[in-house]
Each structure stands twice: as structure tokens, then as C-alpha cells.
Design a protein around this ligand. Structure first.
Ligand code: PLP
Length: 395
């Protein structure tokens, strides 16, 4: 039988990251590829305790369907948590989603008509690019530098009359940068002139590795005069576990109404079991303690990776030291091709993600992304040495 798929499905490609995952499970290979929390870091004892302490009634509710927008008790807890961080929770509404990727997918679906232009940073998060592509958006990349999105380039591209701008101001995936205060201000000033929503993806905002950085992370949603222009997404994946598949959007009521209808047709509601666990994790104070511990461990892994890179990379390699998040975005020396490098590195025992994966048009850009979140210190030391040797081999 030959199936006659929809045009949008015919255009779908498996992302290179997902394909690489199959290599990442080979036991002898060191993977810097996935954007995953450390397996060894999940709060398993907390999880066991929470389940053991839940009364039968709550477990029954946790096994039942729930409200499409999420369990009311979790929404209240999340609202309080966000309010303490300065979010305008009273003017907006929350929808709990099946991962924040679903939040982006839903927002994409309710804004994009086939052929509509949308703006994303170049490079950008591959999951969001795939979601927006599935609605046949014309995706246009806007350059970024170490301080954030390039305002002049954005000004030019806004002339294309885009439907929205999708950005990650805190611990960008893959570039590892945070937007400077000045860039945040310039961006908000420019965007206020245009009637274009900003999707602000803050999946990594809690994972800062020093106190000085913490004060630089104010989400746009908390500082914008025109806050209703910003559709904010967050996630429990990096601060509890991606296995829960739980994220959220904080959006103005008009957007909420469309998004909720859209979600209803997709999965009726996100896992009530996950929501129950997240509520307990958050309201018991376990989450704050857990995040503080995560910051310490990820900081050590980041420090180790940066030190090893300085030791083993040839002088022509450059990168911005990340102040949080999971990723280091490495600019390769001229003449070193990312795909060739990947082939050599896999032979030697290391895998990472090539830069073209994050380019809106899939173009090669001379970069690779490595992550330090799911590796031991020993693996980082061994793997970065191999990576250095692989690059030198191609020079
Ligand atoms: C920038 C960014 N946004 C969103 C997500 C989606 O995360 P989740 O769907 O697990 O919440 C990820 C996952 O890696 C990410 O890196």
C-alpha cells in the first residue's frame, strides 16, 4: 500500500539529534550530544517519598483525566512561584503542557498559516524549528552574537512582516549565551514599535552557576512595559525530570483561549500523575533544594569542560564560556568541516551535534554543540581530549 501523506508530513525530516541518539547509546561512546539532564542527578529519593506519602484519594485523582489547562492546585502553586519571580501572573493565564515543546507547538499552530514568515534566532532550538516547520512556516533566521540577538538584523527582518519572533534570552540552546541587559532593553524597545508577539522560551533559566549571573536573567515577561506582547514558556524538564513531560505557557487571556482549545484536540490534558508529582515537589520545598544542588554539580561539569577545552583545543577554536544551562557552542577552525569531524570523532569514541542542525535552513555554519550536563568529570576529561585530537587531525 502506498500512503498518500499530507504535504506537511512529506516535508518532515528526522532531526539529526534524534538520529544521533541511536549512536549515543553505544556503550563505548562518550556522548556530548543530547540536551539531557544527568541521569545520576534525578531526585529519585524525593520521588519515592512523594509517592509513598500521597493519600489514596490523591492517587486516584492522579490516575484520572484532568482539566485541559492543568490541575488547579498545580496552577496555583506555579502561579505563586512565578509571582515571586516578578511575573505578571494576574494579567495572564497558565496552561500546563506536555513538555514546553508542546507549548511551542501549540503556539506555532495557533499563529502560523502555511507560508507565513516567522523569525527565529540563528542558531535556534531544533525542536522548535521542527514544530514551526510542521505548520509550513517560512522560517527566517536573525543573527545573534555573544550579547544576544543582533538588533540591526532584527530591524531589517521585521520588515518581512513576521507572525512572531521566537527567542531564548537565558542560556540559549545551542549558543549557551545570555542576553545582556542592554540588548534586552533594545530588543523590547524595537519590538514595541511592531505588533509582533515574542515567544520567550526559558527552559534553562533556573540553571545559573553563579550569583552574579542570577541578577542578569530577568525574563522579558517580567520587565517589558508591553508584557502582553510576550508569550512565555517554561518547563519542569530541567528542574525535575523530562520523563514527566511537563511544561507550561504563561500567556494573555486571548491567547489562552485559543491555546486551550488547541490542546484539547491534541491530548485532552497533560499527565495528571506528572502534575501531582510536580505539585508536591514544588510546594514541599524539595524543588528549590534540588535546583540548588543541581547548580553545584552542573557548575563543576561546566568548569571541567571549559578547562579541558582550554587544554586540548587548537588555538583556532573559539567559544563563549556559558554561565549556565547545558551547552558550549564551539566555532571550528576554518577548513574543518563539521560532518567530517563528527565521523572522525565517532570513530575515536565521541559524539556531539553538528551546527547545521540548529540552522533554520540546515546550512553548515562551522560550529558544533557539546553539552556537559549528562557526563561525569572523567568522561568530560577523556572526551574533550579525543575531540581535540579529532580537530587537530583535520587541520
Ligand atoms: C530551549 C529549549 N526549549 C524547550 C525544550 C523542550 O523541553 P521540554 O519539552 O522537555 O519541556 C528544550 C529541550 O531540550 C530546549 O532546549
Amino acid at each position: 500500500m502506498e500512503f498518500n501523506f499530507a504535504d506537511s508530513a512529506k516535508k518532515m525530516r528526522s532531526s539529526a539529534i534524534r538520529d544521533l541518539m541511536s549512536l549515543a547509546v553505544r556503550p563505548d561512546i562518550i556522548s556530548f550530544a543530547g540536551g539531557m539532564p544527568g541521569n545520576d542527578l534525578f531526585p529519585i529519593d524525593d520521588l519515592r517519598e512523594i509517592v509513598a506519602q500521597l493519600p489514596t484519594k490523591r492517587l486516584e485523582i492522579a490516575m484520572q483525566y484532568g482539566e485541559t489547562s492543568g490541575m488547579n492546585t498545580l496552577i496555583i502553586a506555579l502561579k505563586n512561584w512565578l509571582q515571586q519571580k516578578g511575573f505578571p501572573v494576574d494579567k495572564n493565564r497558565i496552561i500546563l503542557t506536555t513538555g514546553s515543546l508542546q507549548a511551542l507547538h501549540i503556539l506555532g499552530k495557533i499563529f502560523i498559516n502555511p507560508g507565513d514568515t516567522i523569525l527565529v534566532e540563528n542558531p535556534s532550538f531544533v525542536g522548535a524549528l521542527s514544530a514551526f516547520k510542521s505548520f509550513e512556516a517560512n522560517i527566517v533566521g536573525v543573527n545573534i552574537d555573544k550579547n544576544g540577538i543582533c538588533i540591526d538584523d532584527l530591524r531589517e527582518k521585521l520588515k518581512l512582516n513576521p507572525k512572531f519572533l521566537y527567542i531564548m534570552p537565558n542560556f540559549h540552546n545551542p549558543a549557551g549565551i545570555i542576553y545582556s541587559q542592554q540588548r534586552r532593553t533594545e530588543l523590547l524597545q524595537l519590538m514595541q514599535e511592531y505588533n509582533v508577539p515574542i515567544f520567550e522560551d526559558d527552559a534553562y533559566g533556573e540553571l545559573f552557576y553563579d550569583e552574579e549571573t542570577k541578577s542578569m536573567l530577568s525574563p522579558l515577561k517580567t520587565i517589558a512595559k508591553n508584557e502582553e506582547q510576550i508569550l512565555y514558556t517554561g518547563s519542569f524538564s530541567k528542574i525535575f525530570g523530562p520523563g514527566l513531560r511537563l511544561g507550561w505557557m504563561l500567556v494573555p487571556p486571548e491567547v489562552y483561549e485559543k491555546a486551550e482549545k488547541c490542546k484539547q484536540a491534541i491530548d485532552a490534558c497533560s499527565s495528571t500523575l506528572s502534575q501531582t508529582l510536580a505539585e508536591e515537589f514544588l510546594t514541599s520545598g524539595r524543588m528549590e533544594k534540588y535546583i540548588a544542588n543541581l547548580r553545584n554539580i552542573y557548575r563543576q561539569r561546566r568548569d571541567c569542560m571549559v578547562e579541558e577545552l582550554k587544554k586540548h583545543m587548537p588555538a583556532e577554536v573559539s567559544f563563549v564560556e556559558p554561565k549556565g544551562g547545558f551547552y558550549i557552542w564551539i566555532k571550528l577552525p576554518k577548513g574543518v568541516n563539521e560532518k567530517e569531524l563528527l565521523k572522525i570523532a565517532i570513530e575515536k569514541g565521541v559524539v556531539f551535534v553538528i551546527g547545521s542542525t540548529f540552522d533554520p535552513l540546515g546550512n553548515e555554519n562551522g560550529y558544533i554543540r557539546i553539552s556537559f550536563s549528562n557526563n561525569t568529570i572523567e568522561e568530560i576529561q577523556k572526551g574533550i581530549k579525543i575531540l581535540g585530537e579529532s580537530i587537530k587531525y583535520l587541520l
